[in-house]
Design a protein around this ligand. Structure first.
Ligand code: PXP
Length: 250
């Protein structure tokens, strides 16, 4: 029997608890309460994306998450001066740099670090110097991984959106791209995470990739919580991840 794989961490993204809250204003449902519940349900970390337009998570949410939640906080953000100031003020465990467009519904693709390397370099240095782990959200492409490494990021998060949206043979091809990128990241000495669009149906093949050590999942978990409750939806995701890991090691 093969040796067991490294623990696969689950980062629960609570953005869309805030989306529902913001639909009416006021404080309910509270994303910090969701983060506490996620911790109790087996999450290893909390992920929150502070968008430039503050459409879901607010500055106050980030302050409260940093202060009140014991789990590592992964702050997703665009590489802007405003976000750098906020990150340096709160010093989260990690910052995941993502591309951001106001008109998009969600983060549609990875950050093109190959094109943006000149502006990203000092930005990443400031975060690393402050003791914050830097993760770059990239498409599963060799050039993106090589540039991420050259820029001094410790982590890459592979965008799983194309894999989740594809069907049949195309999905297999996208999965293969993720596998090859995760192996390449490992060879470069980059910690490899993955996320975007993952569901109960799509999570297991990604969870089975040995060199992926963290998945960040949000929208599906919050949507499923409408039917089964947040704790049950997180526990089921955790169970599927553990099953995939155990099967891959067998
Ligand atoms: N990882 C990153 C870097 C993201 O930007 C997002 C979406 O905010 C996620 C993971 C989670 O994606 P989803 O909400 O589709 O599970």
């Amino acid at each position: 029997m093969a040796a067991s794989l490294p623990h696969l961490r689950l980062g629960v993204n609570i953005d869309h608890v805030a989306t529902i809250r913001n639909a009416r204003g006021g404080g309910h449902p509270d994303p910090v309460r969701a983060a506490r519940l996620a911790a109790a349900a087996g999450a290893d970390g909390i992920t929150a994306h502070l968008r430039e337009d503050r459409r879901h998570i607010s500055d106050h949410d980030i302050s409260r998450l940093a202060r009140e939640i014991d789990l590592p906080l992964n702050l997703e953000m665009a590489a802007t001066d405003e976000m750098l100031t906020i990150a340096l003020a709160h010093r989260p465990h990690a910052c995941c740099l993502v591309p951001e467009k106001r008109e998009e519904k969600t983060t549609e693709g990875g950050l093109d670090v190959a094109v943006g390397h000149r502006t990203l370099a000092p930005f990443i240095r400031s975060l690393v110097d402050a003791g914050i782990r830097v993760s770059l959200f990239v498409d599963p492409e060799d050039v993106q991984l090589a540039v991420a490494k050259a820029l001094g990021a410790q982590v890459v998060e592979l965008h799983t959106g194309a894999y989740c949206e594809a069907e049949g043979d195309l999905r297999e091809m996208e999965l293969d791209r993720l596998r090859r990128a995760a192996e390449a990241a490992d060879r470069l000495g980059l910690e490899c995470h993955a996320g975007h669009g993952l569901t109960f149906e799509t999570v297991k093949p990604v969870a089975a990739i040995a060199t992926v050590v963290e998945l960040n999942i949000g929208h599906f978990l919050v949507g499923e919580a409408i039917f089964t409750g947040l704790e049950a939806s997180i526990r089921q995701m955790r169970r599927l991840m553990d099953e995939a890991r155990a099967q891959a090691a067998a």
